[in-house]
Design a protein around this ligand. Structure first.
Ligand code: TRP
Length: 336
């Protein structure tokens, strides 16, 4: 693709924490959206390891999760040729700009953040300054790339609002420097619920391992988990709020096969739960199998994966350092 073509496209940036194994809900939520966006935007996707250490991390685990996440993105269809995929700590400009932005952020602004309040409760033994300044680092991630758009979930909207405020504040004090980013609200995808408590969202940190389908689960594990999924009373296969268990399985089947809910209802008229679950189980296993196979293949070639990440970091750094140089100059740092 020519440079000019890339430049015409709007810049989109998103980040994800390497804080656990990816499950099927990530695929149908964030990742699928990102895959769809990569053709129409100049996309930067970053694995935010600096953010991850605001809570306690085990080093071996953190390293593994970071590489797993990169490999899984590629396995799911994120193309390193189309977008810039990189690890946050590889581009030191993030920490540098975050420090500067810290000096323009009020204590009150950070202490008002609801995620900070929630996380300080969850991790009351480790309320560190990094956790407090987390949203400022996120602002740096976004502003370094002059991003137009940031896909964010509901829980990150307040952080994006702070990012916009910081950009406007800096621009006002020092003349135009940062693009003020807009939130990108992705089209609502299907929500995948826990297999064991279908009124709760599927989560990577569910204590009950049978509740979550991980993208690295084998066919057999997937099949077993779905066969043991909680269903509802009655015997009809019908999409309805009164049938959260069956509705969740129907959602999975729809995603795996492309069939509509009414098609599924017709097809399974008079069929029992057991047979329906078997059908869902094999369809989902078939859907995830090629992703897992690709993931294993990418993960087995460590050298190639690291090359992709090195290239990603190089190209991210080119953009980030441009912005940081401008900032240094404006605030009065000596340039040699
Ligand atoms: N805070 C985000 C989350 O937990 C992750 C993140 C870090 C991010 N930097 C970002 C998201 C920049 C979007 C843009 O989900």
């Amino acid at each position: 693709m020519s440079e000019a073509k890339i430049d015409e496209k709007k810049i989109l940036l998103s980040g994800i924490q390497p804080s656990g194994n990816l499950h099927i809900g990530h695929l149908t939520g964030a990742i699928k959206n990102w895959v769809d966006l990569q053709d129409n935007y100049n996309c930067f996707f970053t694995i935010v390891d600096l953010h991850a250490i605001t809570v306690k991390q085990e080093p071996t685990q953190l390293r593994k999760w970071t590489l797993d996440l990169a490999a899984m993105f590629i396995a799911c269809g994120i193309s390193p040729e189309k977008c810039t995929l990189f690890i946050q700590s590889h581009v030191t400009e993030h920490a540098q700009l975050a420090w500067i932005l810290n000096c323009f952020t009020g204590m009150g602004e950070c202490s008002r953040m609801t995620q900070f309040k929630d996380k300080s409760q969850q991790h009351s033994e480790n309320i560190n300054v990094g956790l407090f300044a987390y949203p400022v680092l996120m602002a740096a991630d976004i502003l370094l790339y002059q991003a137009d758009l940031v896909p964010v979930g509901e829980d990150q909207k307040q952080h994006l609002e702070l990012t916009r405020n910081l950009a406007q504040r800096f621009n006002f004090l020092y003349s135009d420097t940062f693009k003020v980013p807009e939130p990108y609200i992705p089209p609502v995808g299907a929500r995948i619920m826990s297999l064991q408590e279908p009124t709760k969202k599927m989560s990577k940190s569910d204590e009950n391992q049978k509740a979550t389908i991980f993208l690295t689960d084998s066919d057999k594990e997937i099949i077993n988990k779905i066969k043991r999924a909680v269903t509802d009373s009655g015997s009809e296969i019908k999409f309805s709020p009164e049938k959260p268990g069956i509705s969740n399985l129907m959602t999975l089947l729809a995603l795996a096969t492309g069939k509509s809910f009414s098609q599924i209802e017709d097809e399974f008229k008079g069929v029992g739960y057991g047979e329906f679950k078997s059908e869902v189980a094999t369809s989902v296993a078939k859907w995830i199998n090629p992703i897992r196979t690709k993931f294993i293949e990418i993960r087995a070639n460590d050298k190639h994966l690291k090359e992709i990440l090195l290239n990603g970091a190089d190209s991210a750094r080119r953009q980030a350092s441009k912005t940081l140089r401008k900032v240094f100059k404006k605030i009065g740092f000596v340039q040699l």
